[in-house]
Ligand binder design. Sequence first.
Ligand code: TMP
Length: 205
Amino acid sequence: MNKKATIISFEGPEGSGKTTVIEAVRKYFKKRRLNAAIFREPGSTAIGEEIRQVILNTSHQKMDVYTELLLYLACRTQLIREKIQPLLSKKGFIILDRFTDSTIVYQGLAGGLPAKWVMKAVKEFSLGITPDMTFLLDVDERLGLRRSRRKDRMEQKSLSFHRKVRQGYLKLARTFPGRIKVIEDKEINRVIKSVLNHLEQKCLR
Ligand code: TMP
């Protein structure tokens, strides 16, 4: 298949400002009359949103990291088949609020499953889809957690887990410098400006 769409993922630890930044990106694309479909993970399909409730439910403290992995992968495969694949042959942008890197970091590098093995599983279940560009919104884990008020099951994990998440992301960014653009922790309007500048330079010329 001839892929025409550009896939852009947004990643980051808790409280990194992804939602606000993605909303600004949505407005920016709209203003420029560019097609952009936005999906969040886990979620964005009826099945995925139900699985999201199960994964993030604070009463599921017994959830094993393998169960977590399988549920996140199930959400992703459903999203790809149902929503992403039909868009690939059309010109436009597919914006993903979290994608494959989240699984490598949260279930692998921080969650303790062997990272190489998780990478293989992630690759299989992403059905050949990789982002063309990824923004990593970096934030100090303490500051990020302070920003998120009502804590879901993932946010309730220990500070050391969230420190590993941040370190894991930075490690991935060093491994894939061509794809992952790190936006350093700063005031949100400056983060938005940096993201839009980078998009303008790399995708919109
Ligand atoms: P959100 O808070 O950004 O909506 O993301 C939901 C949570 O799920 C967040 O804590 C990160 C976590 N997550 C994983 O652990 N693995 C994954 O593969 C994905 C997509 C998200």
